[in-house]
Design a protein around this ligand. Sequence first.
Ligand SMILES: Cc1cc2nc3c(=O)[nH]c(=O)nc-3n(C[C@H](O)[C@H](O)[C@H](O)COP(=O)(O)O)c2cc1C
Length: 208
Amino acid sequence: MTKILIPYYSAYGHIYTMAQAVAKGVEKVEGSTAKLVKIPEIEVAKQALSTQEYYVKAQAVQNDVPEATLDDLDWADGIIWGVSSRYGLMPAQMKQFLDSAGGKWMTGALEGKPTAVFNSTGSIHGGQESAILTTAISLLHFGMIFVGLPYGENQEQLTADGIGGSPYGASTVAGPDGSLIPNERELLMAERLGSRVARIAKALKSEK
Ligand SMILES: Cc1cc2nc3c(=O)[nH]c(=O)nc-3n(C[C@H](O)[C@H](O)[C@H](O)COP(=O)(O)O)c2cc1C
């Protein structure tokens, strides 16, 4: 069985919806299984956001998703990270989790595992590419093999419409007020990203 972990942080639910599409893509690859885990909330954000009805509702929907642990990283043959943009970068929640994984970096536990990133922003030019590419820097420090989302498999990218998706990874535009939901084309690209990582993880595993 090829095991693909999908650790994500989603304050308002868009990344969670994308994560489900990524998982669907993983499971389309024969012999692959996907596990969704949410990155733990940080105290300062909990205090700031728990008064927002929209945040509370989105968290309730994710109640049954287990929290990510460092052991999950060992379990996985491939890891696809769900990272929304915070000032053009990954959220502090995700950075804190990665920082807590220093032991995995030291032992090289993640070296050679394929990895990818999907994203959500408020606005079209709010930093989808910057958040994905800067997250890739950390993943390369862990020795992971970064997997993108090629045009050849994702013709939806060849558009001037205000949708997500780039050669760097799948993404969605949530809208400045968060009122948009991931559209069909964005979900399809997220699915294909899941399949691509699963296929690569399966091939790498068979070589061991
Ligand atoms: C502190 C903070 C910083 C943000 N920074 C950006 C940003 O740089 N660019 C952008 O387009 N959206 C930004 N947003 C909007 C989020 O990216 C958007 O709410 C998120 O993609 C929605 O995903 P979620 O529903 O999974 O939380 C920011 C939101 C917050 C709360």
